[in-house]
Write a new protein. Sequence first.
Length: 135
Amino acid sequence: VDANGTIEFYEMTKVKMIEAKVPCDMDFAVSLVSLASGLAKRLKLPADLTAKLERSIDEASSLIKQHASDANETLSVLMVGDQDKLHIGFVNYGNALNLKPDEAGYKALEGAMDEVKHQVLPTRGYLLTMTKRLR
């Protein structure tokens, strides 16, 4: 999804995808890391790339927890991978993704991933996308 709300479509026979809706709570960070690890395994990623993905999910989870307004706030997570890249997207309609690009955690994400984008959605809410190129 880009800033205009346009959604990139995938040919489902060529990608592996995980979709989840979770509370903005650190207790669920480990499950997201586990899901990303499982997806990386299905895509046959090398251990160093898998470790970077796991650290990025953990760092994003920390940022989300810092900014969440209350324990009931939720976010949607979409992880999509193919032979060329892995996309991870977080969507939130509260404050959990109300991030600033100069935050240390955001800069850590930029260092670990090939592309990190933070967008304010036109329908209210925020989108954080992270991309890791595999080839």
